[in-house]
Ligand binder design. Structure first.
Ligand SMILES: Cc1ncc(COP(=O)(O)O)c(C=O)c1O
Length: 388
């Protein structure tokens, strides 16, 4: 038989899948995969139920229903002061994952280079390679994950089509500073490139920080594509509703890809997300505060056991070094070990690196879980490793 596509066939089962299966097998508390374990906001759920029963459920418009595109434009103005034309600059997608694929397939020509900041989300490289681009990696390393001019200088070149940035960043839990964003903007403009901005955690930033979309920096409005996700903003990851905001000239080719890839996204969920984006500030502040409390709860517990807990400025992940626990082995071995022997699952941070010699002494824990689940995980780890 002839071979399947060699790029995609070369990818095995993801580490998330492997660890989740192991977690089920060992009845482990799974802080590996990143999803909240609550129901999400009742009024948004009700809006979806109402829309299902009272509104059409046939194919909605390819670009998304007007109410949601208007809500995304309104959200950009309300939170970031960006003026967006909802008709030509907003498209609804089936989650941020589809938005990323549509943007990469829509913009890349075979032979282009794409600058990427690792550690990175797992869908980026397979898709951009399938689109024919060469990844050029910019490496951030713990504990400070600092972006340097030298790293960007090494990654950008005349063939750079775009840089893909994730801010706030999973798994580093990093929020890029304005100075770092200015540096990225400088390179994007110098090399006449685009910026594809995965901002799914835009509302999950802590300690008085404010999310700054790269699109708001001088000279970047015309070069940036901003991706958001209702899955993260409303703790409804299974809905897979995302949105892209981009200048019309960039969104047009992206929409061609979306048209052939999925064409559209369930209309009832779009209506509910439109309702959600209009919720008052209390909702958005409450989301960040609730997650911050959970971050602190897990961070304190892990620190008590002897983990070196790294700063977490945003997202719902926290990274912890395990070197002081007396475990001999790398992060993959450690995550397997705590799953099977302690009954708690985390993800090895090295899995988020594509290049060689990745940092291998840190595990990523997801804290968007019920308090008793977080407490249970800490208790189990404490029982296993003892308290320092
Ligand atoms: C950085 C990042 N981008 C994109 C996604 C996917 O978002 P969605 O579920 O809307 O496709 C995730 C989900 O974990 C993520 O962490």
């Amino acid at each position: 038989m002839k071979f399947a596509n060699s790029i995609l066939a070369g990818y095995g089962t993801s580490v998330f899948e492997v660890m989740s299966r192991l977690a089920i097998e060992h009845q482990s508390i799974n802080l590996g995969q990143g999803f909240p374990d609550d129901r999400g906001p009742e009024d948004v759920l009700q809006a979806a139920a109402d829309a299902t029963l009272t509104k059409p459920n046939q194919y909605p418009p390819m670009m998304g229903i007007p109410e949601l595109r208007q809500a995304v434009a309104g959200h950009a103005k309300r939170f970031y002061g960006i003026d967006v034309d909802w008709q030509s600059e907003v498209m609804v997608t089936s989650g941020a994952t589809e938005a990323l694929a549509a943007c990469l397939f829509g913009l890349i020509e075979p032979g282009d280079e794409v600058a990427l900041i690792e550690p990175l989300y797992d869908s980026y490289i397979p898709i951009l390679r399938r689109a024919g681009a060469m990844p050029r990696l910019v490496r951030l390393t713990p504990p400070d994950w600092r972006l340097t001019r030298a790293a960007l200088e090494a990654a950008f070149g005349p063939r750079t089509k775009l840089i893909l940035i994730n801010n706030p960043q999973n798994p580093a839990a990093k929020v890029f500073s304005r100075a770092e964003l200015e540096l990225i903007a400088e390179f994007v403009q110098r090399f006449d490139a685009y910026a594809l901005c995965d901002e799914v955690y835009e509302h999950i930033v802590f300690d008085g920080r404010r999310h700054i979309p790269l699109m708001t920096l001088p000279g970047m409005r015309e070069r940036s594509l901003k991706i958001g996700s209702a899955g993260k903003t409303f703790s409804l990851t299974g809905w897979k509703v995302g949105y892209v905001t981009a200048p019309a000239a960039l969104l047009a080719p992206v929409s061609r890809c979306h048209q052939f890839l999925v064409f559209t996204t369930p209309p009832n969920l779009q209506r509910a997300v439109a309702f959600g984006l209009g919720k008052d500030d209390g909702y958005f502040d409450g989301l960040a505060q609730g997650m911050r409390d959970k971050r602190d709860r897990l961070a304190q517990g892990l620190a008590r056991i002897g983990f070196d807990v790294l700063d977490c400025a945003g997202t719902y992940f926290i990274n912890a070094g395990f070197q002081r626990l007396g475990f001999n082995g790398d992060d993959v071995a450690f995550c397997r070990h705590i799953t099977t022997a302690a009954g708690v699952t985390a993800i090895p941070v090295s899995a988020f690196y594509a290049g060689p010699d990745a940092p291998a002494t840190i595990a990523r824990f997801c804290f968007s879980k019920q308090d008793q689940v977080l407490d249970g995980a800490v208790e189990r780890l404490e029982r296993h490793f003892g308290r320092r």
